[in-house]
Design a protein around this ligand. Structure first.
Ligand code: SIN
Ligand code: FE2
Length: 222
């Protein structure tokens, strides 16, 4: 027999062949494996944020409880309730300012944005999403931010997910991309307001994060 037989626990790593940039649309790049070398520092930083601002399932203005659990760090956090969607400088769960954005997160977002053609990205909000198997995010636009000249930088950790990258109209058929542990997707410029979403997360067991996917989206919100 030729070659190495991958064992189950090893599969996530054997499929990784080093960072690679894939331009998917004008202003949009998928940076495969960009965050991988920092996985441990990122997870430690996320844990520290979540200690102070725990994940919660928010309710949409329509009264639907989201399957994705969320929290935020940075000067602003994204919140939704029966009153609408907005950025808030304080966590409504405890009335405190959101935890500061850890330097390792801010620096990663800045370097990924630079790599994708957006130098000087200075995010003031990082939304942290936690998907467990069965969770999904319907097609939507990120349009609650004030500054659409800044891109969205999205970091994926843990279980892989299928991301839908659509067009400027909800009815445009989205293309699908698998986002794996350590991948960073950047969209801005002409694609800043594309519809996007995440298909129902399949069950699995990630070597570092277990049965979940964590996603960070960095934005210039205020
Ligand atoms: C989002 O659109 O805010 C989340 C995207 C993702 O989970 O990949
Ligand atoms: Fe989004």
């Amino acid at each position: 027999m030729q070659g190495k037989q991958p064992v189950a626990a090893d599969l996530f790593d054997t499929l990784f062949d080093g960072p690679r940039r894939e331009d998917i649309a004008p202003g949009a790049a998928l940076l495969h494996g960009f965050a991988r070398s920092q996985q441990h520092e990122l997870i430690t930083a996320i844990d520290a944020v979540v200690q102070r601002a725990p994940f919660r399932h928010m309710v949409t203005p329509g009264g639907h409880t989201m399957s994705v659990a969320m929290t935020s760090c940075g000067r602003a956090g994204w919140v939704t309730d029966r009153g609408g969607y907005r950025y808030a400088t304080h966590d409504p769960a405890n009335g405190q300012p959101w935890p500061e954005m850890p330097g390792v997160l801010r620096d990663l977002a800045h370097s990924a944005a630079t790599d994708a053609g957006f130098p000087n990205f200075a995010p003031d909000a990082c939304l942290i999403n936690r998907y467990t198997p069965g969770a999904k995010m319907a097609l939507h636009q990120d349009k609650d931010e004030r500054d659409f000249t800044a891109p969205i930088v999205s970091v994926s950790l843990g279980l892989p997910a299928i991301f839908q990258f659509g067009g400027m109209s909800r009815s445009d058929k989205p293309r699908r991309y698998e986002l794996r542990h350590g991948d960073v997707l950047v969209w801005g410029g002409p694609t800043r307001l594309v519809y996007h979403g995440v298909l129902t997360l399949k069950d699995g067991d990630h070597p570092l994060l277990g049965r979940q996917r964590l996603n960070l989206t960095f934005r210039k919100a205020l």
